[in-house]
Design a protein. Structure first.
Length: 413
């Protein structure tokens, strides 16, 4: 089975040919029949003079931007279609609505997946396109070739909503489409993909999404959206809901976000946070944004300097989720002074009774909390680091900077 991506904007106006290669009209619209199949285009509407013809999907042999070729000449006039959802009339340039009936985003184009079944082409609706890329496709349609349009659009980020996350409102006489903001499928999307959708929503609709999803998913999503939008989202939420989301974020991210708010609003949210989380964030708020203390995370694994590999493995098993972002184990003395830094990968090849300090990196690299960001970036680049511990004026370990933190800094600069 072969597959290919086609866009509605590419197909509109394409010539339709009969079995003998004679033109019978042009492609004007297509329709789903949801009760039969929710994704496969069932009918193709062809303009032939003042009248339109209705062609079933199983009457088509080939579909491309060069033309649509039929394999069956039993054509029927187009009639009333209350059971259909038409792509051009009912979806293109329409606005998807959310569960509360508010308008969300405008549909600029529709993406289809073309598959060959039993030697004939069939189209399945894949996504509704809502971004700049789809606008460019429509603006250039007819001016340059589809191949040229596709070359141009590669430089533009794609913004779309998969069809599986849309619902047809069967009871709605206008056959509108709804975004399932409360659907678990939406929550299971990658946060970066979901962020693309959220960034295209209006103020009220963004708040609706964050108020209906679980706090862990909301925190992951908030981390992916643009910084200025993060602030507006938090300001739109009630203090207790905002606090719950910030508690799920890295303390450094939460502190950065609170720093952007009015002091009164920041204090209001902090008062709603759990004492332990509040304390961590408040400690970070004491540092300037452009210092090591301002970008460090307080989530790290520190063990006594006499610990062994077996003891470290035991600690790691207590929080398996933390392993996703853990690259280094730090060893400290009884006064929390940083003594050694041990790459996590070295534990995999060591015996259980091996002292961790025997696996430590040499030299021990660290920065003070007031170190400037430029110096931090230089160290990551020079020493090819994944993590860098941060100490206070007494040499006590207080946080860690990761390569992700540095990449984020460079993107903002």
């Amino acid at each position: 089975m072969t597959e290919e991506i086609l866009y509605l904007s590419e197909l509109l106006g394409v010539k339709v040919y009969d079995l003998k290669g004679r033109r019978i009209g042009t492609f004007r619209d297509a329709a789903l029949v949801p009760l039969i199949d929710p994704v496969r285009l069932d009918r193709y509407l062809v303009g032939a003079g003042p009248a339109w013809l209705s062609i079933r999907y199983d009457q088509i042999q080939q579909i491309s931007t060069h033309g649509i070729h039929l394999k069956d000449e039993r054509l029927t006039p187009y009639h009333s279609d209350e059971y259909m959802l038409r792509m051009v009339r009912d979806l293109l340039d329409q606005q998807i609505i959310d569960a509360q009936g508010r308008k969300v985003v405008r549909v600029n184009d529709i993406t289809f997946l073309k598959e060959s079944e039993n030697g004939s082409d069939v189209l399945h609706i894949l996504e509704v396109d809502i971004g700049v890329r789809s606008i460019v496709r429509r603006l250039l349609r007819g001016l340059v070739s589809p191949a040229t349009v596709r070359t141009v659009q590669k430089r533009i980020p794609m913004h779309s909503i998969r069809w599986e996350f849309c619902n047809i409102l069967e009871a709605d006489p206008q056959r509108r489409v709804r975004l399932n903001i409360s659907n678990k499928l939406l929550e299971n999307m990658h946060p970066a993909d979901l962020a693309d959708i959220v960034e295209n929503l209006g103020h009220e609709d963004r708040a609706a999404i964050f108020n209906t999803m679980d706090t862990e998913t909301a925190a992951e999503l908030l981390s992916e959206v643009e910084p200025d939008l993060q602030t507006r989202i938090i300001e739109s939420l009630k203090a207790d809901k905002a606090a719950e989301i910030l508690e799920e974020m890295e303390p450094s991210e939460a502190a950065d976000l609170l720093n952007e708010l009015e002091e009164e609003r920041s204090e209001e949210i902090l008062d709603e946070m759990q004492p332990e989380d509040k304390e961590e964030v408040e400690e970070l708020l004491e540092f300037r944004d452009d210092t090591a203390g301002g970008i460090m995370d307080t989530g790290y694994l520190a063990l006594p300097e006499g610990a062994t590999v077996a003891e470290a493995m035991l600690e790691l098993r207590k929080d398996e989720e933390a392993l996703e972002n853990l690259h280094t184990i730090f060893l400290i003395d009884g006064y929390n002074h940083l003594r050694y830094s041990v790459p996590l990968a070295k534990l995999l090849f060591a015996q259980g009774d091996t002292p961790l300090k025997d696996l430590a990196s040499d030299p021990l690299l660290f920065v003070h909390a007031l170190e400037k960001q430029d110096r931090i970036a230089e160290m990551f680049d020079k020493y090819n680091l994944l993590t860098l511990p941060v100490v206070d004026e007494h040499g006590r370990l207080i946080g860690v900077i990761t390569v992700d933190d540095v990449v984020a800094l460079l993107r903002e600069s």
